[in-house]
Design a binder for this molecule. Structure first.
Ligand SMILES: [Fe+2]
Length: 296
C-alpha cells in the first residue's frame, strides 16, 4: 500500500489494493471504475464543495427511491448509460428486434390477461389495437437464415402510460391499479393482440434530483409516446423493448436516448366497422402491427 499519496500514483495504489479480489470480474469492474473516476477527478479538478454536492446529490437520489419510484434508474437513463449498457448487451443480430431501456415504471407485476383483453380501464383515450406475432430469428431446420417461424408459448409483458402521459403508479386513486399493464401469452402460431389506448408522450418525473439535473442543464424531460414490452419465450433471449408511436412529439429528442428507428411503428387510424366489430370496438380506432423477432 502506498504511503506517499500523489495525484499521479493514487489510481495505481487503489487498483493495487484490489489485487487479491477473488472474483476476477469484480476485480476488473472495480479497477476500471477506480481508473476512470480518478481520471475524471484529475481532469475536472472538483472543489471540495463540488464533491460534497455530488455526494449529497447521490444521497438524495437514493433517498428518493421507494417501491414505486426508482430515481437511480432515471439518473442512469438521462445520462445515457442505461441505453449504452442495453445496446452493448444486445448488439443487433440480423433481423432480431432491437432492444431498448427498461425504464423506471416496471415496478409492479403485470396482471395476467387473455388475448384480446383491454389494458385500459379508464376509457378516455383513443382506442387502439396492438397485434403481431412473436417469431424466432433462428433459421428453420435445413434453411438457415430464414427467420420467421412462430415461437410457441411466448409471453408479452406490456406496460404504458395513459393518454395524459401518466403511469398507474403515478396516479393512485385516479387510475385503477394495473391500468395500462398486462401479461399476455401468444398463441401457438405466435400471434397476439390486445386492446388499449394510444399513449401520450410524457415527462419523466422531475420532482427529484434528476429533475434538478435536467433543469440545471436546460434539458427537457420528455419521452416520445411508446408502449413497453418484455417478450420472453423458452430457449430464446428475453427482449426488453418499446414500440414508439410514429410522429410523436419528442421522437427526435427522447430524454433517455432510447429511440431506435426500427422500433417506430405507424399507429394507423381505421374506420373499418367490420374490423372494429371483430375487435369488440365501435367507431374508428388505431391499429398497430408489430412482430417481435427473438434471438434463440
Ligand atoms: Fe415509458
Amino acid at each position: 500500500m502506498a504511503t506517499d499519496f500523489t495525484e499521479e500514483t493514487a489510481a495505481a495504489a487503489v487498483i493495487a489494493s484490489l489485487a487479491d479480489t477473488p472474483d476476477p470480474r469484480l476485480r476488473e469492474l472495480l479497477s476500471g471504475l477506480v481508473k476512470h473516476l480518478h481520471a475524471f477527478a484529475r481532469e475536472t479538478e472538483p472543489t471540495i464543495a463540488e464533491w460534497e454536492y455530488a455526494i449529497d446529490f447521490l444521497t438524495r437520489t437514493g433517498q428518493k427511491c421507494d417501491d414505486e419510484r426508482q430515481e437511480f434508474i432515471l439518473l442512469s437513463d438521462v445520462l445515457g448509460i442505461s441505453m449504452l449498457v442495453e445496446t452493448i448487451n444486445n448488439r443487433k443480430h440480423g433481423k432480431a428486434t432491437e432492444s431498448t431501456v427498461l425504464g423506471p415504471f416496471h415496478v409492479v407485476e403485470s396482471p395476467r390477461r387473455e388475448l384480446g383483453d383491454s389494458i385500459d380501464f379508464v376509457g378516455t383515450g383513443q382506442p387502439c389495437v396492438v397485434r403481431g406475432r412473436v417469431l424466432t430469428a433462428a433459421g428453420a431446420p435445413g434453411l438457415p437464415g430464414l427467420p420467421g417461424l412462430p415461437v410457441p408459448g411466448a409471453e408479452l409483458d406490456v406496460w404504458q402510460a395513459n393518454d395524459q402521459g401518466f403511469y398507474d403508479v403515478q396516479q393512485p386513486g385516479m387510475q385503477p391499479r394495473a391500468n395500462g399493464r398486462g401479461l399476455f401469452t401468444a398463441g401457438a402460431d405466435g400471434a397476439f393482440w390486445f386492446r388499449t389506448i394510444v399513449p401520450s408522450y410524457y415527462p419523466i418525473p422531475t420532482d427529484g434530483p434528476v429533475g434538478d439535473l435536467l433543469n440545471a442543464t436546460k434539458r427537457h424531460p420528455y419521452r416520445p409516446a411508446h408502449i413497453h414490452f418484455i417478450v420472453s419465450a423458452p430457449s430464446h433471449r428475453t427482449l426488453t423493448t418499446h414500440i414508439f408511436v410514429a410522429g410523436s412529439q419528442y421522437i427526435e429528442s427522447d430524454a433517455v436516448f432510447a429511440v431506435k428507428k426500427s422500433l417506430i411503428a405507424d399507429f394507423t387510424l381505421t374506420d373499418d366497422a367490420d374490423l372494429a366489430a371483430r375487435y369488440g370496438l365501435n367507431g374508428p380506432f388505431f391499429l398497430i402491427d408489430f412482430d417481435f423477432i427473438l434471438l434463440s
